[in-house]
Design a protein around this ligand. Structure first.
Ligand SMILES: [Zn+2]
Length: 173
């Protein structure tokens, strides 16, 4: 047994993580079982390997994907709930508008409606009566406006022309 050299680091690692198999693994295990030094080194490597595997686990827990999915689902659920709230608010708003309209009409229904209808019919009558008159009187109105403007220009021109004349007429006698 003492003739056997100590296990190499590679062999001890292979024993620790279980990758050293076959007759070489058997011989290495036999040596480690008999040799306190190699056995201690192997148990140290074994602890290291165990810690490494336990170190890898916390970085990605088993429920990581489930947690992410749950968060996404929760967020989506909140979004759909908000959408539902909005969709539910539309009919509520419509009901509110109709309620206000109904209240305004029911407060004085005849006054509102009669006033509106009266104004509407009066306006329509005025427009329908005035339309042909305006249509027929467009040419006379245009001519009248032209004549009126010409008359005013003539009066203005005469007044401007007369004023210098009247001044000497008053001054001469
Ligand atoms: Zn040894």
């Amino acid at each position: 047994m003492s003739a056997h050299p100590h296990l190499t680091e590679e062999q001890i690692q292979g024993l620790a993580d279980g990758t050293l198999r076959g007759p070489e693994g058997m011989a290495a295990r036999e040596h480690a079982d008999a040799c306190a030094e190699c056995s201690a080194e192997q148990s140290m490597y074994g602890a290291l390997v165990q810690r490494l595997t336990t170190l890898q686990d916390p970085t990605l827990p088993a429920d990581f994907t489930a947690g992410v999915l749950q968060a996404v689902e929760h967020r989506e659920h909140a979004l759909t709930q908000r959408r539902h709230t909005l969709l539910a608010a539309i009919p509520a708003a419509l009901v509110g508008v109709f309620a206000i309209l109904g209240w305004a009409l029911s407060a004085a229904p005849t006054a509102h409606l009669d006033g509106f209808l009266e104004m509407w019919t009066v306006g329509r009558h005025v427009v329908s009566a005035a339309a042909p008159v305006l249509e027929a009187a467009r040419l006379p109105l245009g001519l009248g406006a032209f004549v009126f403007a010409a008359a005013i220009l003539c009066i203005l021109a005469r007044a401007l022309r007369l004023r210098p004349g009247t001044v000497p007429a008053h001054a001469s006698p």
